[in-house]
Design a protein around this ligand. Structure first.
Ligand SMILES: O=C(O)CCC(=O)C(=O)O
Length: 260
């Protein structure tokens, strides 16, 4: 889709109300094919096993082996989405994750308790505005293995870093196509698949996710915690020659940038 088309299709009122929106056809057919092939190849070489799947954390802009996917986070179509939602003064929040077949239950993307020392500011202050862009590289129009949302839950103040309740929200399954992006306020409750897409469809489920936020202390603190978490996970990958398993007891302190 052309940049102008993307801009016109962004329903900001709905985004503010529900905490998310689907942006159709952000990728071209060619990008989809290239990126799926890049993921297939990359996940043979480097990964952290996590929740029944594999992840590569903190890769965007620094995983040359992944080809053109390496710089998708700076693509003009994504930049247009971000600047339409956040205005001109935003930063890439240093969050990128790539998932293969991961199972993910309900949560928000506010830093978890174990990283809460990075963020002394309350995520429910008005200055905290961090969004995620997710691209699921397969068709979810006819299945329930895509991304799920609890619309409006981003507005409900939770006890700082704790997850919110759930019963008061409606569970909505997003029927995204493989070239669509889903953009959300990272305080909205969301989940991924609870059973394996690949068991039904015979191919891997891939997810690309990036974070962006207002250029302020809230985003800086969130980014610091995210970089730390990603480096902890990358450290495990590096230490295990590319193929590692994540466990809750891992408590490495890489103390700096980790190349994988
Ligand atoms: O697997 C998915 O679709 C969602 C993953 C997710 O919620 C996350 O990475 O925060």
């Amino acid at each position: 889709m052309k940049i102008n088309g993307i801009k016109q299709n962004l329903d900001l009122a709905k985004f503010n109300e529900d905490g998310y929106m689907v942006v159709k056809n952000v990728l071209t057919e060619g990008q989809l094919e290239t990126y799926r092939a890049a993921c297939e190849s990359m996940f043979q070489k480097k990964y952290l096993e996590f929740n029944d799947g594999k992840v590569i954390p903190g890769w965007a802009g620094r995983l040359r082996e992944i080809g053109t996917l390496n710089n998708l986070h700076k693509h003009p179509r994504l930049v247009t989405i971000v600047s339409t939602i956040l205005g001109p003064d935003w930063v890439y929040a240093q969050h990128s994750d790539l998932h293969e077949n991961k199972i993910t239950n309900w949560h928000t993307d506010v830093l978890p308790e174990r990283l809460s020392h990075f963020q002394d500011k309350d995520p429910y202050d008005p200055g905290y505005k961090i969004i995620k862009i997710c691209i699921l590289l397969q068709d979810h129009t006819n299945n329930e293995h895509g991304l799920w949302m609890r619309p409006g839950s981003h507005k409900v103040q939770a006890n700082k870093f704790k997850n919110k309740g759930g019963d008061e929200f409606e569970d909505v399954c997003i029927k995204s196509g493989p070239k669509d992006a889903i953009v959300f306020d990272q305080k909205v409750m969301h989940r991924g698949q609870l059973s394996q897409y690949k068991d039904t469809y015979g191919s891997n489920r891939y997810l690309i996710t990036y974070g962006y936020g207002l250029n302020n202390i809230y985003t800086n603190q969130h980014a610091a915690g995210t970089i730390y978490r990603q480096n902890q996970q990358r450290f495990e990958i590096a230490k295990n020659n590319g193929k590692a398993v994540w466990s809750k007891s891992v408590n490495s302190n890489p103390g700096g940038d980790v190349e994988i």
